[in-house]
Design a protein around this ligand. Structure first.
Ligand code: SF4
Ligand code: SF4
Length: 341
């Protein structure tokens, strides 16, 4: 049987965590995102995911790799990696789509190739998730798996009234349990299951999409290079790149050197890039993806085909952020539905 914690004990729990960890929780200054907790009493538990995903915490939009300065015998380098610490941190309030997005990002950044800047930030991260209470109309995370993930978290909370039911997902999670937690009953467990079921139903009501459909879409996509849908979407798309930048799994970046006028000093920087931008495929010889519809198609393939071939996973978490942000009203769920129609 699991454990539970009374809602009015959450602040105390967070305060205790902050003695050992940096604690990040959802917060807002107009836009909701994860930020370092200042006061446990002020932590708000939002009914659904944040506007901004976890991605910038581990892979910031821009960062300096190293600085260089001309010296008598070449260049002196100061690597920014030395200043990066693998700090112990807790992410409290992570959602299903957040965790799924992070797992995909890990595949790209620390499996086949290891990005030292990403992995340094990612080390020592404790995940405390929570089941969404009221999903957004654009959420469709359940198309990729259950609402409470099977793994990848340390503790997972589900609202069951005056308490949160707590699923323990790891040894680290188990070690976080203290006297604030109580033994859960069979009735608590049933309330948890009912809550999860009702939220899943709510998501499915809007999403009209399940894993079978996503799988059918992935299969269909390989033969749909010339489907008229791409030209139609290419006409609508503004090539703004917002869908890439907001996506928790998009991970393309550009690297550039910024120097002073005589090149005697400067820094090498990494900045996020977007496959929707015309400049993305510009090389010294040519632009190999000039047409807008080809760029729209590429992004969809990069969510549902290429990662499946390479890693056996979908690079979409069903967070719906790209749907919310697209000024052209392009809805990735509609694209999937139409491709399998
Ligand atoms: S493609 Fe859209 S729905 Fe899928 S993870 Fe990216 S932002 Fe979320
Ligand atoms: S957000 Fe919409 S309009 Fe902008 S690049 Fe993405 S699909 Fe195109």
């Amino acid at each position: 049987m699991g454990v539970k914690i009374a809602k009015n004990k959450i602040s105390e729990f967070l305060r205790g965590l902050s003695e050992e960890y940096r604690v990040f929780t959802p917060s807002t200054n107009g836009v909701t995102k994860f930020a370092e907790m200042k006061n446990p009493e002020d932590v708000l538990i939002y009914p659904n995911r944040t506007d901004i995903s976890l991605k910038p915490l581990f892979f910031p939009p821009d960062e300096v790799f190293f600085r260089f300065k001309k010296s008598d015998d070449g260049y002196d380098l100061e690597d920014n990696l030395h200043g990066l610490k693998a700090e112990k941190k807790v992410l409290f309030g992570v959602r299903n789509c957040d965790l799924r997005g992070l797992e995909v990002l890990d595949r790209y950044m620390i499996s086949e190739f290891s990005d030292p800047y990403y992995s340094r930030r990612r080390e020592n991260t404790v995940i405390i998730g929570i089941t969404c209470e009221y999903p957004r109309d654009t959420c469709f995370c359940t198309a990729f798996g259950p609402l409470v993930p099977e793994k990848g978290y340390d503790l997972w909370l589900t609202d069951i009234g005056n308490y949160y039911y707590v699923d323990v997902g790891s040894e680290t999670g188990k070690n976080l349990l203290n006297s604030l937690f109580e033994e859960a009953t069979e009735d608590d467990r049933m309330k948890r299951d009912m809550k999860i079921l009702s939220v899943e139903r709510e998501i499915n009501k809007h999403a009209h999409l399940d894993l079978c459909e996503v799988k059918r879409c992935a299969k269909h996509l390989t033969n749909a290079v010339e489907d008229p849908i791409w030209k139609e979407l290419g006409e609508k798309c503004l090539s703004c790149g917002k869908c890439n930048f907001i996506c928790p799994t998009c991970h393309c970046f550009d690297v550039k050197d910024v120097t002073n006028l005589d090149g005697s000093e400067g820094q090498r920087e990494r900045v996020w890039d977007s496959c929707h931008l015309f400049s993305y495929a510009q090389t010294s010889a040519e632009n190999f993806r000039k047409e807008r519809h080809a760029r729209v198609r590429y992004r969809i393939y990069d969510k549902f085909v290429f990662p499946v071939m390479r890693y056996g996973v979908y690079a979409c978490s069903g967070c719906g952020r790209c749907i919310d942000i697209c000024p052209a009203d392009i809805d990735i769920r509609d694209v999937v539905r139409r491709l399998i129609a």
